[in-house]
Write a protein that binds this ligand. Structure first.
Ligand SMILES: NCc1[nH]cc(CCC(=O)O)c1CC(=O)O
Length: 300
Protein backbone atom coordinates (compact mmCIF):
# COMPACT_ATOMS: atom_id res chain seq x y z
CA UNK A 1 0.00 0.00 0.00
CA UNK A 2 1.43 3.34 -1.01
CA UNK A 3 1.06 7.07 -0.64
CA UNK A 4 0.20 8.94 -3.85
CA UNK A 5 -0.49 12.55 -4.79
CA UNK A 6 -2.88 13.36 -7.65
CA UNK A 7 -2.25 16.56 -9.62
CA UNK A 8 -5.55 18.07 -10.73
CA UNK A 9 -7.06 21.21 -12.18
CA UNK A 10 -9.39 23.01 -9.82
CA UNK A 11 -12.58 23.19 -11.84
CA UNK A 12 -15.50 21.42 -10.18
CA UNK A 13 -15.39 18.68 -12.84
CA UNK A 14 -11.63 18.14 -12.54
CA UNK A 15 -11.90 17.92 -8.76
CA UNK A 16 -14.80 15.45 -9.03
CA UNK A 17 -12.69 13.29 -11.33
CA UNK A 18 -9.62 13.44 -9.06
CA UNK A 19 -11.75 12.63 -5.99
CA UNK A 20 -13.26 9.71 -7.90
CA UNK A 21 -9.81 8.26 -8.61
CA UNK A 22 -8.72 9.00 -5.05
CA UNK A 23 -11.62 7.02 -3.59
CA UNK A 24 -11.03 4.08 -5.95
CA UNK A 25 -7.34 3.98 -5.01
CA UNK A 26 -8.30 4.29 -1.33
CA UNK A 27 -10.54 1.22 -1.74
CA UNK A 28 -7.40 -0.61 -2.81
CA UNK A 29 -5.67 0.49 0.37
CA UNK A 30 -3.69 3.48 -0.89
CA UNK A 31 -3.30 6.76 0.91
CA UNK A 32 -4.04 9.52 -1.60
CA UNK A 33 -3.95 13.31 -1.47
CA UNK A 34 -4.79 15.95 -4.09
CA UNK A 35 -2.62 18.78 -5.39
CA UNK A 36 -4.92 21.36 -7.00
CA UNK A 37 -3.53 23.72 -9.63
CA UNK A 38 -4.72 26.35 -12.10
CA UNK A 39 -3.54 25.83 -15.69
CA UNK A 40 -3.06 28.26 -18.57
CA UNK A 41 -6.07 26.68 -20.26
CA UNK A 42 -8.23 27.62 -17.28
CA UNK A 43 -7.02 31.23 -17.35
CA UNK A 44 -7.59 31.88 -21.05
CA UNK A 45 -11.30 32.48 -21.42
CA UNK A 46 -11.43 35.13 -24.09
CA UNK A 47 -9.68 33.49 -27.04
CA UNK A 48 -10.13 30.32 -28.96
CA UNK A 49 -7.76 27.76 -27.46
CA UNK A 50 -6.67 26.53 -30.86
CA UNK A 51 -5.15 29.97 -31.52
CA UNK A 52 -3.03 30.06 -28.38
CA UNK A 53 -1.66 26.54 -28.16
CA UNK A 54 -4.50 24.04 -27.99
CA UNK A 55 -5.87 21.92 -25.24
CA UNK A 56 -2.37 20.85 -24.19
CA UNK A 57 -2.57 24.03 -22.12
CA UNK A 58 -4.77 22.13 -19.70
CA UNK A 59 -2.17 19.46 -19.00
CA UNK A 60 1.21 21.23 -19.06
CA UNK A 61 1.26 22.44 -15.43
CA UNK A 62 0.14 19.03 -14.24
CA UNK A 63 3.01 17.42 -16.15
CA UNK A 64 5.48 19.81 -14.54
CA UNK A 65 4.21 18.68 -11.12
CA UNK A 66 4.76 15.04 -12.16
CA UNK A 67 8.22 15.85 -13.47
CA UNK A 68 9.22 17.61 -10.25
CA UNK A 69 7.90 14.76 -8.14
CA UNK A 70 5.28 16.97 -6.49
CA UNK A 71 2.64 14.55 -7.74
CA UNK A 72 2.55 10.91 -8.88
CA UNK A 73 -0.41 10.89 -11.24
CA UNK A 74 -2.61 13.33 -13.13
CA UNK A 75 -6.27 12.65 -13.88
CA UNK A 76 -7.57 14.09 -17.14
CA UNK A 77 -10.68 14.09 -19.27
CA UNK A 78 -9.16 12.02 -22.05
CA UNK A 79 -10.72 14.36 -24.60
CA UNK A 80 -8.35 17.08 -23.42
CA UNK A 81 -5.21 14.95 -23.57
CA UNK A 82 -2.95 15.53 -26.60
CA UNK A 83 -2.71 12.53 -28.95
CA UNK A 84 1.00 12.17 -28.28
CA UNK A 85 2.22 12.89 -24.78
CA UNK A 86 5.60 14.63 -24.43
CA UNK A 87 8.63 12.34 -24.04
CA UNK A 88 8.91 11.08 -20.47
CA UNK A 89 5.16 10.77 -19.87
CA UNK A 90 2.70 8.00 -20.49
CA UNK A 91 -0.95 7.13 -20.24
CA UNK A 92 -1.03 4.56 -17.45
CA UNK A 93 -4.76 3.98 -17.23
CA UNK A 94 -8.01 4.55 -19.11
CA UNK A 95 -11.09 4.11 -16.93
CA UNK A 96 -14.62 3.03 -17.76
CA UNK A 97 -16.41 5.55 -19.91
CA UNK A 98 -19.34 7.70 -18.85
CA UNK A 99 -21.91 8.61 -21.50
CA UNK A 100 -19.81 9.66 -24.54
CA UNK A 101 -22.63 11.66 -26.18
CA UNK A 102 -23.24 15.37 -26.47
CA UNK A 103 -26.18 16.96 -24.69
CA UNK A 104 -28.59 19.67 -25.82
CA UNK A 105 -29.21 22.15 -23.01
CA UNK A 106 -31.77 24.92 -23.24
CA UNK A 107 -34.15 26.71 -20.89
CA UNK A 108 -36.82 26.96 -23.59
CA UNK A 109 -36.43 24.32 -26.27
CA UNK A 110 -36.68 20.53 -26.11
CA UNK A 111 -34.32 19.65 -28.92
CA UNK A 112 -32.25 21.14 -31.69
CA UNK A 113 -35.15 20.39 -34.08
CA UNK A 114 -37.40 22.61 -31.94
CA UNK A 115 -35.11 25.64 -32.25
CA UNK A 116 -36.53 28.47 -34.37
CA UNK A 117 -34.74 29.62 -37.50
CA UNK A 118 -31.50 31.45 -36.74
CA UNK A 119 -31.57 30.60 -33.05
CA UNK A 120 -28.34 31.33 -31.17
CA UNK A 121 -26.42 28.25 -30.06
CA UNK A 122 -23.32 28.49 -27.88
CA UNK A 123 -20.27 26.34 -28.41
CA UNK A 124 -16.57 26.94 -28.99
CA UNK A 125 -15.91 23.42 -30.19
CA UNK A 126 -15.05 23.35 -33.91
CA UNK A 127 -16.36 19.80 -34.02
CA UNK A 128 -19.76 20.86 -32.68
CA UNK A 129 -19.83 23.84 -35.04
CA UNK A 130 -19.26 21.77 -38.20
CA UNK A 131 -21.69 19.03 -37.12
CA UNK A 132 -24.45 21.49 -36.15
CA UNK A 133 -24.03 23.38 -39.41
CA UNK A 134 -24.40 20.16 -41.38
CA UNK A 135 -28.01 19.71 -40.29
CA UNK A 136 -29.01 23.23 -39.19
CA UNK A 137 -27.16 25.68 -41.43
CA UNK A 138 -29.48 28.49 -40.30
CA UNK A 139 -28.32 28.48 -36.65
CA UNK A 140 -26.19 31.34 -35.37
CA UNK A 141 -23.36 29.69 -33.53
CA UNK A 142 -21.65 31.91 -30.98
CA UNK A 143 -18.47 31.25 -28.95
CA UNK A 144 -18.94 29.89 -25.43
CA UNK A 145 -15.98 29.19 -23.19
CA UNK A 146 -15.33 28.44 -19.56
CA UNK A 147 -15.94 25.50 -17.28
CA UNK A 148 -19.33 23.78 -17.14
CA UNK A 149 -20.80 26.02 -14.44
CA UNK A 150 -19.68 29.14 -16.31
CA UNK A 151 -21.24 27.92 -19.55
CA UNK A 152 -24.54 27.08 -17.85
CA UNK A 153 -24.56 30.50 -16.17
CA UNK A 154 -24.00 32.24 -19.52
CA UNK A 155 -26.96 30.26 -20.92
CA UNK A 156 -29.15 31.19 -17.94
CA UNK A 157 -28.20 34.86 -18.31
CA UNK A 158 -29.91 34.76 -21.68
CA UNK A 159 -26.96 34.96 -24.02
CA UNK A 160 -28.01 31.87 -25.99
CA UNK A 161 -31.12 29.91 -26.95
CA UNK A 162 -29.28 26.64 -26.36
CA UNK A 163 -25.82 25.23 -25.75
CA UNK A 164 -24.20 21.87 -26.46
CA UNK A 165 -22.14 20.19 -23.74
CA UNK A 166 -20.73 16.74 -23.09
CA UNK A 167 -23.32 14.64 -21.25
CA UNK A 168 -20.55 13.05 -19.17
CA UNK A 169 -19.52 16.26 -17.43
CA UNK A 170 -23.11 17.20 -16.61
CA UNK A 171 -23.85 13.74 -15.22
CA UNK A 172 -20.70 13.68 -13.10
CA UNK A 173 -21.57 17.03 -11.55
CA UNK A 174 -25.14 16.02 -10.76
CA UNK A 175 -26.46 18.33 -13.49
CA UNK A 176 -28.16 15.66 -15.61
CA UNK A 177 -31.50 17.40 -15.08
CA UNK A 178 -30.21 20.22 -17.30
CA UNK A 179 -30.07 17.85 -20.29
CA UNK A 180 -33.10 18.32 -22.55
CA UNK A 181 -31.97 15.77 -25.11
CA UNK A 182 -28.91 13.67 -25.73
CA UNK A 183 -27.72 13.66 -29.32
CA UNK A 184 -27.47 10.26 -30.91
CA UNK A 185 -23.96 9.72 -32.28
CA UNK A 186 -25.37 9.46 -35.81
CA UNK A 187 -26.37 13.14 -35.55
CA UNK A 188 -23.64 14.63 -33.33
CA UNK A 189 -20.68 12.30 -33.40
CA UNK A 190 -18.68 12.67 -30.17
CA UNK A 191 -15.06 13.76 -29.87
CA UNK A 192 -12.28 11.21 -29.56
CA UNK A 193 -12.09 10.13 -25.93
CA UNK A 194 -15.22 11.97 -24.82
CA UNK A 195 -16.58 10.71 -21.52
CA UNK A 196 -13.45 8.72 -20.62
CA UNK A 197 -10.88 9.51 -17.95
CA UNK A 198 -7.19 9.00 -18.56
CA UNK A 199 -4.46 8.89 -15.96
CA UNK A 200 -1.01 10.16 -16.85
CA UNK A 201 2.23 9.32 -15.07
CA UNK A 202 5.90 10.09 -15.53
CA UNK A 203 7.61 7.22 -17.39
CA UNK A 204 9.49 4.85 -15.11
CA UNK A 205 6.87 4.63 -12.37
CA UNK A 206 5.90 0.95 -12.41
CA UNK A 207 4.68 1.37 -8.82
CA UNK A 208 1.97 3.83 -9.90
CA UNK A 209 1.10 1.83 -13.04
CA UNK A 210 0.70 -1.24 -10.83
CA UNK A 211 -1.53 0.58 -8.35
CA UNK A 212 -3.71 1.84 -11.23
CA UNK A 213 -4.12 -1.52 -12.92
CA UNK A 214 -7.39 -2.41 -11.13
CA UNK A 215 -8.89 0.85 -12.47
CA UNK A 216 -8.15 0.04 -16.12
CA UNK A 217 -11.21 -0.61 -18.30
CA UNK A 218 -9.94 -2.51 -21.32
CA UNK A 219 -13.04 -2.12 -23.50
CA UNK A 220 -12.98 1.66 -23.08
CA UNK A 221 -9.24 1.77 -23.68
CA UNK A 222 -9.58 -0.14 -26.98
CA UNK A 223 -12.36 2.18 -28.17
CA UNK A 224 -10.58 5.41 -27.27
CA UNK A 225 -7.31 4.12 -28.71
CA UNK A 226 -9.05 3.75 -32.09
CA UNK A 227 -10.66 7.19 -31.77
CA UNK A 228 -7.43 8.90 -30.79
CA UNK A 229 -5.59 7.19 -33.65
CA UNK A 230 -7.92 8.93 -36.12
CA UNK A 231 -6.98 12.26 -34.66
CA UNK A 232 -3.28 11.39 -34.45
CA UNK A 233 -3.18 10.37 -38.11
CA UNK A 234 -4.72 13.68 -39.15
CA UNK A 235 -2.19 15.79 -37.32
CA UNK A 236 -2.67 15.10 -33.66
CA UNK A 237 -4.38 18.28 -32.55
CA UNK A 238 -7.45 17.96 -30.37
CA UNK A 239 -8.84 21.28 -31.61
CA UNK A 240 -9.61 19.97 -35.11
CA UNK A 241 -13.13 19.88 -36.57
CA UNK A 242 -13.00 16.12 -36.09
CA UNK A 243 -15.29 13.57 -34.47
CA UNK A 244 -14.47 9.93 -33.76
CA UNK A 245 -16.53 7.42 -31.86
CA UNK A 246 -15.97 3.70 -31.38
CA UNK A 247 -17.90 0.93 -29.69
CA UNK A 248 -16.77 -2.55 -28.87
CA UNK A 249 -18.99 -5.62 -28.76
CA UNK A 250 -16.97 -8.59 -27.71
CA UNK A 251 -13.83 -8.19 -29.78
CA UNK A 252 -15.53 -6.38 -32.66
CA UNK A 253 -14.73 -2.70 -32.82
CA UNK A 254 -16.86 -0.32 -34.87
CA UNK A 255 -15.51 3.14 -35.49
CA UNK A 256 -17.23 6.19 -37.00
CA UNK A 257 -15.41 9.37 -37.84
CA UNK A 258 -16.34 12.70 -39.38
CA UNK A 259 -14.46 15.79 -40.44
CA UNK A 260 -15.88 19.13 -41.52
CA UNK A 261 -14.19 22.05 -43.20
CA UNK A 262 -14.99 25.16 -41.13
CA UNK A 263 -14.61 27.22 -44.31
CA UNK A 264 -17.08 25.06 -46.27
CA UNK A 265 -20.16 24.99 -44.03
CA UNK A 266 -22.42 22.02 -44.51
CA UNK A 267 -19.80 19.75 -46.04
CA UNK A 268 -18.93 16.77 -43.91
CA UNK A 269 -16.65 13.88 -44.74
CA UNK A 270 -17.60 10.65 -42.99
CA UNK A 271 -15.69 7.39 -42.67
CA UNK A 272 -16.09 4.06 -40.94
CA UNK A 273 -13.81 1.19 -40.06
CA UNK A 274 -14.50 -2.02 -38.20
CA UNK A 275 -12.84 -5.27 -37.36
CA UNK A 276 -11.87 -7.73 -34.69
CA UNK A 277 -9.33 -6.32 -32.29
CA UNK A 278 -7.21 -8.13 -29.74
CA UNK A 279 -4.80 -5.38 -28.77
CA UNK A 280 -4.47 -1.61 -28.51
CA UNK A 281 -2.24 -1.69 -31.62
CA UNK A 282 -5.00 -3.34 -33.64
CA UNK A 283 -7.52 -0.80 -32.38
CA UNK A 284 -5.18 2.02 -33.38
CA UNK A 285 -4.75 0.47 -36.83
CA UNK A 286 -8.52 0.75 -37.39
CA UNK A 287 -8.29 4.40 -36.41
CA UNK A 288 -5.53 4.96 -38.96
CA UNK A 289 -7.69 3.24 -41.58
CA UNK A 290 -10.64 5.54 -40.88
CA UNK A 291 -8.31 8.55 -40.98
CA UNK A 292 -6.99 7.49 -44.40
CA UNK A 293 -10.60 7.32 -45.65
CA UNK A 294 -11.35 10.76 -44.25
CA UNK A 295 -8.26 12.12 -45.95
CA UNK A 296 -9.24 10.49 -49.24
CA UNK A 297 -12.58 12.27 -48.85
CA UNK A 298 -10.87 15.65 -48.44
CA UNK A 299 -10.09 15.97 -44.73
CA UNK A 300 -6.90 17.86 -43.96
N1 LIG B 1 -13.82 20.48 -23.76
C1 LIG B 1 -13.94 20.58 -22.33
C2 LIG B 1 -14.34 19.29 -21.70
N2 LIG B 1 -13.43 18.34 -21.46
C3 LIG B 1 -14.07 17.28 -20.86
C4 LIG B 1 -15.41 17.61 -20.72
C5 LIG B 1 -16.38 16.74 -20.04
C6 LIG B 1 -16.74 15.49 -20.77
C7 LIG B 1 -15.70 14.45 -20.91
O1 LIG B 1 -15.18 13.95 -19.90
O2 LIG B 1 -15.38 14.10 -22.05
C8 LIG B 1 -15.59 18.89 -21.25
C9 LIG B 1 -16.84 19.66 -21.31
C10 LIG B 1 -17.57 19.64 -22.62
O3 LIG B 1 -17.01 19.30 -23.69
O4 LIG B 1 -18.75 20.01 -22.64
Amino acid sequence: MSRFTIATRESRLALWQAEHVKSLLAQHGHDVSLLGMTTKGDQILDRSLSKVGGKGLFVKELETALEQGRADLAVHSLKDVPMDLPPGFELACVMEREDPRDAFVSPKFDSVEALPQEAVVGTSSLRRVVLLRAFRPDLRIEPLRGNLDTRLRKLDEGGYDAIVLAAAGLKRLGLAQRIRRVFEPAQMLPAAGQGALGIEVRSGRPDVVQALSPLVHRTTWMAVEAERAVSRALGGSCSMPLAAHATLEGEVLRLDAAWGDPDQPGQLVRAKASGTVGSLEEAAALGAEAAARLRAGGAH
